[in-house]
Structures are given as structure tokens and as C-alpha cells.
Design a protein around this ligand. Structure first.
Ligand code: NAD
Length: 489
């Protein structure tokens, strides 16, 4: 790790009420997953810090005109984007080192894409139609002119995971600030610096008022739970595992706050029998290697026509076998490490389960001779969709190959999952592809390699993959309330 202007002495701070502060719980270590070695330390917030952060966000919402000044909010969001741009190379090295994110993806969704997306939300704050005229009606004979108004929902608790920290932090901060809310961001314990450096830029390089954004790093998950239960928080915007999402939703019920959830996935990549099998399978296999498979929307079940199964095994094994896990700081690396020793053990446990269930590890599955938390891209064959590794989210570079018996069967298998986040369809007949697309129950779908990720495109899940949508106008409106005003006339 090269010396960083953003973390000059190897330690990061909290941002609470506009001030950079140490944590009441001391510090905790943040590590480089590519080496297993410590990078430095992060401020370890305690419950008092979280309490102060929530109080600051509440005060900023209730006592300033932040929520009523969209032009100022747009200016602040552009200042934040520009501040991040100014520190781009420093942020890139921190992201590669702390997340294990391959360098090539920092030019896209791991860093540069999300920074630029803040501009979209600044534009939205300025251009959004905050009021809609519903016209005049005479309910019960009383002539009334009606206006529908959108207003900021209040204080938002944003809780995020470690796999794409900037993408997820900015996909919450961008629309939340554009909408006029104030925020307490609690990032994952594995990637505190990625969030803390944003706090530093906010404090030192923007006019974002004190208390509007608070960033609370901690190695203690219970601070997330504290945020969820605090009655001063109006909404929880959570991204993480389905298991944690369920406990967030249950805990939020006590204060009946709005819960917006982006959760896990086990997406299916459907290859129809008229598709270019080799191209489709190679594309799918490459996809599970990206960032070592640590993407919620990566298609990890590959469904191919039964008659072409053996050919698909060959292509997938060749593709996965050719992608060697390696140092994420190197330019050509696609598959870096998984985030932690714990995550590596989780992946290995699933590979053991696959073999115990009668499956075959057709390629990969071993730890390469590297320091850090690496595992080879892996292909599992010989198991049905009801197997544990086809049903549960592994979150590693692991592809499960499953045969299907035609388009309807492929749709049935794709939908035979508790999740409904994303997926892919490859085929040449437009009508058949359309029927498959309409049958699959997921929040996003890629057809023949199309990219759905974009600031203006809502992202989210059906079923146990979540509730609500992130990004786009729909994602922005998640952070608003509606008020209907009827004036007698
Ligand atoms: P996680 O659920 O373990 O943790 C996510 C966050 O929740 C962390 O900040 C954690 O500290 C916090 N947390 C833990 N327990 C909590 C509680 N009881 N109350 C409140 N907060 C709590 O997830 P992770 O391991 O950090 O991330 C991986 C998971 O995230 C995967 O399941 C992945 O699919 C999912 N994910 C989903 C999306 C999406 O947009 N759908 C995007 C990225 C990751």
C-alpha cells in the first residue's frame, strides 16, 4: 500500500455531526485480502458514537433547510463527485488494497462508475418534478384542487456490505442526498476505509452541512442493529445477505420504519438451443470469475440444453481453467481474492458439500500457491437444481452447470430458487427469448450480453432478493414520502 493522502497515518476516522473523530471503541484493523496482511486501522465506533451520529442526522434534518433546497443539494453532490475525482488515484489504490478489487474494475463499477453516477443524482435533484397537479375533483360535493408533493423521508440509516463498497455506498448516498434526507452510513467491517475516506472528503472539500452525512465504521455488527431499532431513524436502506436482511426487517417492525432491502442472489444464465453455445458458456464462465464471484447479481447457475451438456462442460472448464486468480493490483487480473479467510472457508465448505452430494469438481476448487484468500475458479457438474450448491448463495468464483429440457423447463429451473435478483438469456429467436424473459421472475435480466447497470436503471430483486429498487428515478423515490394537499376552491 502506497502512502495515502486520505489515510495519512494509516488510520481513518468517523464523521459525526460534521467532525472527523476517533471512535469510542478505539481502533480495529483493516486488511488486504490479497496478502492477508494488515493495511492499517479504522476508528472503531461504539454505541455512543452511533447514538451521536443518529442525533446529528436528526438535528440536521429537523433544523436546517437541507430538505427544502434541491439546488443546494445538487451543488453539494457535484462537489462530492469532484472531490472524489480529485483523489481518484488514491481511492483506486485503497479500493484495490482493501476490497481486493481487480484494478480493471476500478475503471467501472468498483469506483469510477459510482463516482460519476453522483452527477446523475445531482441532476435529478434539480430536474425532478417535486409536485404533480391532480386537478380539481368534488368528492362528497366539495370542490377541491389537489396537489401531490414528494418530500424527503427523513433520517436514513444506510447499511452496506464489502463487495462493491463505493457502488453501494454511492447508490444510497446519491439518491438519499438528492431527495433531501440526512444519512447515517454504517459500512461493512471488512471495508471501513472505503467509506471513511468519503467522510473525510465530505468534511474537508464540500459544503454538505454538518450532520447531513455521518459515517460510522465499526467491527461490531450490533451498531447496524442499533441503527435499525432507533426510533429517530425514518428509513433503513440495507444491502447485504438475505439472512441479515430478514433480521433487519423484523427489527425495524418495532418502530414501523420503512425498509428498503437489496439482498442475495443465485441468478440463472439460460442458454437456449439455438444460441451460440460456446460463446454463451464462455461468457457465463468469465462472469463468475469477475471479482472472484463476489457480486450479488452474477449468474452462478448455468442452464444449458441437455443434449449440449458435455460440450458445455468442456467450454466452461477451459474458460475457468484459463483464468488464474492473481494479484488484483496487476492490470490483467480478473479474479482477485475473496474478502476474508472466513469467506474462503465458506466457499470451500460449499465445494465439500457439492462432492458429498455426488457432484464433480470438473475444474478448479483448489487454493493457488499465493498469500491471501484466493481460490481457483471452479466448475461443479452432475448436480440438479435442487442441490444445496444450486440453491444457496456461495459468493465465490463457482459455477454450477445444470441441464434443461427446453425453454419452459429452463424458466422453471431459473425460478426454482428463493432468490430473484438477476439473470441472463442467450438465444437467437426473438419470440422465444421474449417468452423466456417474461417467464423469469427477477429484477434485472441481460439478453445476449446486454448490460443493465447504469445510474438511470433501477436495480433490485424479486422474492428473497429484496424489496424496492436502487438507482434511477425509482431508486430516488424510495427516499421520499408523498403528501397529498387538497385545497377547497
Ligand atoms: P451481511 O449481511 O453479513 O452484512 C451487511 C451489513 O449488515 C454489514 O454492514 C453488517 O455489519 C451489517 N449487519 C450485520 N448484522 C446486522 C444486523 N443484525 N442488523 C443490522 N445490520 C447488520 O453481508 P456481507 O457479507 O457484508 O455482504 C455479502 C452479501 O451482500 C451477499 O449475500 C450479497 O448477495 C449481498 N449483496 C447484495 C447486493 C444487492 O444489491 N442485492 C449487493 C451486494 C451484496
Amino acid at each position: 500500500m502506497t502512502p495515502s493522502d486520505l489515510v495519512p497515518d494509516g488510520g481513518s476516522q468517523l464523521l459525526i455531526g460534521g467532525k472527523l473523530t476517533p471512535g469510542g471503541g478505539g481502533v480495529f484493523t483493516t486488511s488486504n485480502p490479497a496478502t492477508g496482511a494488515a493495511l492499517g486501522h479504522a476508528a472503531n465506533a461504539d454505541a455512543n458514537d452511533m447514538d451521536a451520529a443518529i442525533a446529528a442526522a436528526r438535528t440536521a434534518f429537523d433544523t436546517t433547510d437541507w430538505s427544502r433546497d434541491p439546488g443546494f443539494r445538487a451543488t453539494c453532490l457535484r462537489q462530492l463527485r469532484d472531490g472524489l475525482r480529485a483523489h481518484l488515484e488514491d481511492l483506486r489504490e485503497i479500493t484495490i488494497a482493501e476490497v481486493g478489487a481487480p484494478r480493471m474494475f476500478t475503471a467501472g463499477p468498483q469506483l469510477e462508475g459510482p463516482i460519476e453516477d453522483l452527477g446523475y443524482f445531482a441532476d435529478l435533484a434539480e430536474n425532478y418534478s417535486w409536485e404533480t397537479d391532480l386537478g380539481v375533483a368534488s368528492p362528497m360535493g366539495i370542490k377541491s384542487s389537489r396537489r401531490l408533493r414528494r418530500e424527503a423521508i427523513g433520517v436514513v440509516g444506510a447499511i452496506t456490505p464489502w463487495n462493491f463498497p463505493h457502488q453501494i455506498n454511492f447508490a444510497k448516498l446519491g439518491p438519499a442526498l438528492a431527495a433531501g434526507t440526512t444519512v447515517v452510513l454504517k459500512p461493512a467491517p471488512d471495508t471501513p476505509w472505503c467509506a471513511a475516506v468519503v467522510g473525510r472528503i465530505i468534511a474537508e472539500e464540500t459544503d454538505i452541512p454538518a450532520g447531513v452525512v455521518n459515517i460510522v465504521t465499526s467491527d461490531d455488527h450490533s451498531l447496524g442493529a442499533q441503527l435499525v431499532t432507533d426510533p429517530r431513524v425514518d428509513m433503513i436502506s440495507f444491502t447485504g445477505s438475505t439472512q441479515t436482511g430478514k433480521s433487519v426487517m423484523a427489527a425495524a417492525a418495532a418502530s414501523l420504519k420503512k425498509v428498503f432491502l437489496e439482498l442475495g442472489g443465485k441468478s440463472a444464465f439460460i442458454v437456449l438451443d439455438d444460441a451460440d453455445l460456446a460463446a454463451a458458456v464462455a461468457y457465463a464462465a468469465f462472469g463468475v470469475c469477475v471479482h472472484a464471484g463476489q457480486g450479488c447479481a452474477i449468474s452462478t447457475r448455468l442452464l444449458v440444453p441437455r443434449a449440449q451438456y458435455d460440450q458445455a462442460v468442456q467450454v466452461a472448464a477451459a474458460t475457468l481453467g484459463n483464468i488464474k486468480p492473481g494479484d488484483p493490483s496487476k492490470r490483467g487480473t480478473v479474479c482477485g481474492p475473496v474478502i476474508s479467510e472466513r469467506q474462503l472457508a465458506r466457499v470451500q465448505r460449499y465445494l465439500d458439500i457439492a462432492e458429498a452430494d455426488g457432484g464433480t469438481i470438473a475444474v478448479g476448487g483448489r487454493r493457488p500457491d499465493l498469500p491471501g484468500w484466493f481460490i481457483e475458479p471452479t466448475l461443479i457438474t452432475g448436480l440438479s437444481n435442487s442441490s444445496t450448491v444450486a440453491q444457496e448463495e456461495i459468493f465465490g468464483p463457482v459455477l454450477v452447470l445444470i441441464p434443461h429440457d427446453g425453454d419452459d423447463d429452463a424458466v422453471r429451473i431459473a425460478n426454482d430458487s428463493p432468490y430473484g435478483l438477476s439473470g441472463s438469456v442467450w438465444g437467437n429467436d426473438t419470440e422465444r427469448v421474449r417468452a423466456v424473459v417474461e417467464g423469469v421472475r427477477t429484477g434485472t435480466l441481460s439478453v445476449n450480453g446486454g448490460i443493465w447497470y447504469s445510474a438511470d436503471a433501477p436495480f433490485g430483486g424479486y422474492k428473497q432478493s429484496g424489496i424496492g429498487r436502487e438507482m434511477g428515478v425509482l431508486g430516488f423515490e424510495e427516499y421520499t414520502e408523498t403528501k397529498l394537499i387538497a385545497t377547497g376552491c
